[in-house]
Design a protein around this ligand. Structure first.
Ligand SMILES: C[S@@+](CC[C@H](N)C(=O)[O-])C[C@H]1O[C@@H](n2cnc3c(N)ncnc32)[C@H](O)[C@@H]1O
Length: 202
C-alpha cells in the first residue's frame, strides 16, 4: 500500500512512469498484432501501459475495452485505476471504456464479436481457464489472442505458473486456434478460419 502510494506520488509529479511487467519486445508484438483491429479487449489493465499501446494502433473507429476489478486500497480508492485512466486518455483514438469488474463477470455479460484479445489478469490456472472459456468464443475467425506470462523463458523461469500450465495443457491443444509466434513470455494465437473481408481465392 505504502509502495503503491509512493509510486503514485512520484508518477503524479512526473518522476516515475506508469508500470508494466511486459518487456519492450512484448509490447512491440502486442502493438503489431493490435494494429488496425476494430474491437479490442484487455483483461488486466493495471497502469494502462498496454491499454494505451493498443489504443494508439487500433483502427481509428475501434472500441477498446479494459477489464480490471481495481480493488480499492485502504484509503478506499485504487491508485492503479487513476493512473490507468490518465494513461489511456493520452491517446484519443477510437473509443475506450473501462469495466471495473473481474474478467469472468465481464465475460458473462459480453455479446459482441472481438478481433483482438490481450489476456493479462490473474495468472492462476483457474483464472486463465475462466478467461479462456469466457472470451475465446467471442474471437472472430482471424482474430488474435495474446497471452502474457504463458511461456517460461531463461530470464523468467515461470514454469510452475498456473497460466503456463493451463496454456500447455489446454490452450495449445485448442483446435480452434493456431500459434502465430511467441515473444518472450507472450504467446500469440490466431483463431482459425478466414478473416472477415478475406476473399476466398486468387
Ligand atoms: C499483470 S497486471 C496487468 C498489466 C497490464 N496488462 C500491462 O500490460 O501492464 C494484472 C492486473 O490484473 C488485474 N486482475 C486481477 N484479477 C483479475 C480478474 N479476475 N479479472 C480481470 N483483471 C484482474 C489486477 O487488478 C491487475 O491490475
Amino acid at each position: 500500500m505504502l509502495d503503491s502510494f509512493r509510486h503514485f506520488l512520484r508518477w503524479r509529479l512526473g518522476l516515475a512512469p506508469a508500470e508494466t511487467q511486459t518487456s519492450t519486445a512484448e509490447r512491440a508484438a502486442i502493438a503489431r498484432h493490435a494494429r488496425g483491429k476494430a474491437s479490442c479487449v484487455e483483461i488486466g489493465v493495471w497502469h494502462g501501459v498496454n491499454t494505451r499501446n493498443i489504443r494508439e494502433v487500433m483502427a481509428a473507429t475501434a472500441v477498446l475495452t479494459g477489464v480490471d476489478p481495481f480493488p480499492p486500497g485502504r484509503l478506499g480508492f485504487s491508485f492503479p485505476m487513476i493512473i490507468a485512466k490518465h494513461e489511456c486518455a493520452r491517446s484519443r483514438r477510437g473509443t475506450f471504456r473501462l469495466l471495473r469488474c473481474t474478467s469472468a463477470e465481464a465475460a458473462a455479460r459480453w455479446t459482441a464479436p472481438i478481433d483482438f484479445l490481450f489476456v493479462d489478469g490473474d495468472h492462476s490456472y483457474e483464472a486463465l481457464r475462466a478467461d479462456w472459456e469466457g472470451w475465446s468464443p467471442h474471437l472472430l475467425p482471424g482474430g488474435i489472442a495474446c497471452l502474457h506470462d504463458s511461456r517460461p523463458t531463461a530470464a523468467r523461469p515461470i514454469h510452475a505458473a498456473g497460466s503456463v500450465r493451463f496454456t500447455d495443457e489446454v490452450i495449445l491443444k485448442d483446435p480452434r486456434f493456431e500459434v502465430l509466434e511467441s515473444v518472450e513470455t507472450l504467446l500469440v494465437l490466431r483463431r482459425r478460419g478466414p478473416a472477415a473481408g478475406a476473399s476466398g481465392g486468387g
